[in-house]
Design a binder for this molecule. Sequence first.
Ligand SMILES: Nc1ncnc2c1ncn2[C@@H]1O[C@H](COP(=O)(O)OP(=O)(O)OP(=O)(O)O)[C@@H](O)[C@H]1O
Length: 834
Amino acid sequence: MAKKNSTTKDTELSLSFFEKVSTLLKSETVHFVIGLVLVIFSVYLLLAFTSFFFTGAADQSIIDGGSAQELISTNNGVKNYAGSRGAQLASYLINDCFGVSSFLILVFLAVAGLKLMRVRVVRLWKWFVGCSLMLVWFSVFFGFVFVDLYKDSFLYLGGMHGYNVSNWLVSQVGAPGVWLLLLVTAICFLIYLSTRTIIWLRRLFSLSFLKRKEKAESAPGETPEEFKTSWGAKEHTSAPASEVVEAEKEFEKEEDAATEKEEIEPLHEITLDLGGNGERTKSTKFADEDVTMTFETPVSEPMPPLREQPVEKEPAFQVEKAEEEEYVGAEKEPYNPRLDLENYHYPTIDLMKHYDDNGPTIDMAEQNANKDKIINTLRSFGIEISTIKATVGPTVTLYEITPEQGVRISKIRGLEDDIALSLSALGIRIIAPIPGKGTIGIEVPNSNPKIVSGQSIIGSKKFQESTYDLPVALGKTITNEVFMVDLCKMPHMLVAGATGQGKSVGLNAIITSLLYKKHPAELKFVLVDPKKVEFSIYSVIEHHFLAKLPDGGDAIITDVTKVVQTLNSICVEMDTRYDLLKAAHVRNVKEYNEKFISRHLNPEKGHKFMPYIVVVIDEFGDLIMTAGKDVELPIARIAQLARAVGIHMIIATQRPTTNIITGTIKANFPARVAFRVSAMVDSRTILDRPGANQLIGRGDMLFLQGADPVRVQCAFIDTPEVAEITKFIARQQGYPTAFYLPEYVDENAGGDLGDVDMGRLDPLFEDAARLIIIHQQGSTSLIQRKFAIGYNRAGRIMDQLEKAGIVGPAQGSKPREVFCIDENDLEMRLNNLQ
Ligand SMILES: Nc1ncnc2c1ncn2[C@@H]1O[C@H](COP(=O)(O)OP(=O)(O)OP(=O)(O)O)[C@@H](O)[C@H]1O
């Protein structure tokens, strides 16, 4: 017995020891120290290797012939700068192993060290595979090519590995075979590094570079007909290019999915087991009643497609027939919008908090009690039911009842308060009938609600594999399915709910979903936060994901006048985008970007890749109260028109009254999210029906797009989680500035040049005038940039230039016309001014 006790104790002790060691190994400080040691060791190796080239010959006899005792002694005579150990290491790795390609070992060690120190974000396994493959390849290559050097040099360029392997290969496939083998493996490796290799190879095989040369030499019109047809330049080059874009996309997708899957797999599948024996459905017949109660565990059936509501007032958008010949860029490679930040890594799922208590559990006692209460309450009003089925969601259970024949639905609907009273629970909602089912639903809050973690939503297969353009994962439905929508199709969303009911968390869930799925080149946010505290955590990703006015101010907009300017600037951007779409003869931003990527739009004519812009406005009520029409008008304009040009809006308010959510706003925000509100009238304002007043709060919400609202438990993504995600993004390389929205010149303010004081010209006035003349471009942002001054000062200088007749009036987003042709002309005008 005593022996057994001591064994258990030992096991416990060793367990806690291993636990301690494993926690220690996970600590950031230990990682940093190990990383630092690796980096320093790689520097030492570099020294040893480099020195080996110069001192290797002299050291050879000592290293090879000297005894261990001699090498340890102080006067060992080794010349290598890294001492006898360095010389041994270099001799072993270079001569005995892989030759000069052993340098790749220290490259990998340095990269691994930097990753552990969190200096660089890299995919270590990719570096490992890459370095290992190159190590082996170069070793064989040098062993094969410099085989003669092995006889009379102290340095084996391919090491013994390269020498042996290449000799063996030569004996098997002959020297030409080894050349071909090396070529094929090198090509495969380059394809592994970048699928662009395929484009180069195709070009090489089609000899299109020869054709280009020929074309340049022969004058236009001189190309012989047979030459044209046999080479078929246009069709042949454009088709593979687009295929390769697809291939690249596929490649990236697979790669991302593979890495993400590794981290995500265990998190999203929740299986409910009511009976404890693995049955999915269980029916219970109650002895005293005639009612069958069925429990249903949530199944992950595909969600019914959301009914899309056509956006009201969407203007007719005509597409003119292309008359001019289509532009085809000189470069055949597709444009890669992500190229500037091609090493950008999407946030990983482990940045979010993991809740152990994730899956729904079923309290049978609670279920039975609720069932009895529902049956008894209905019976006391003379309503008999034949079946009752319970679906247990994260926070709410849906009881689906089938009444006996002849019972009027309106009668049950009228009993909402009585059932709520009998169950003594808040948040009871009756859905009579459940659309498409012929049953009546009674939603009852669970006594022990579960948190729907952000990790379980973002890590879900459904979200990870979604192909939506702007995927937004909101939470989980009553059947525990991940509830997702495509913001692109909505196209704007209205979020309302009383204070403290989960609005801010909901907005975080929306923004975070987009951050997890989009590249900084493809998406920009405009964040408006009159409360000044909600969105401040996003300020660190300004250079990656935020858009702002080019006036040098904060990217998170907190000031009402700035909001008005920004919204108007977005209207300018919207108009510009429409013009570009029209010029490109396409109907929406997606088609436009596809055309731009395939280089069918000329950047010199102002065409550019258009990222989606998502405008998120918190506390919209506050804005309307302070700025009224100034805010409402641009919002209504954007909401009516911006869908096609990739600008989407999400506005949130805690005061869902009719003077804030006006008819115009409502009509243009077809997707509505309602958290709990205090009064039925507020629910009617948001959803056009009651329901939001019966929610239980803490992220319980109704989502409406189309006819029937869906009850969803919003994902809980807390501020520290968002901070981790934004920190992860901010640590990576970003753009030099935020995405600049176009300048907006307030026509009422700017148009009145009577206010411009020409007696007190800005000290930079003359320099700015010269700059404008040199560039022949009347742009305020140019002045701002060159003189590093704010928007307001640059705007004032521009007004003075206009009054002095040097530039013309503002023309929306386009630069002003410059009236001065050269510096002489300017001198004359300046003299006239004095
Ligand atoms: N989805 C959720 N799951 C669990 N708890 C939640 C959820 N959403 C919100 N909560 C809880 O409710 C609290 C208030 O949420 P939140 O700050 O989002 O409210 P709010 O509506 O934005 O309030 P306010 O309008 O005052 O900013 C949170 O701190 C959290 O404890």
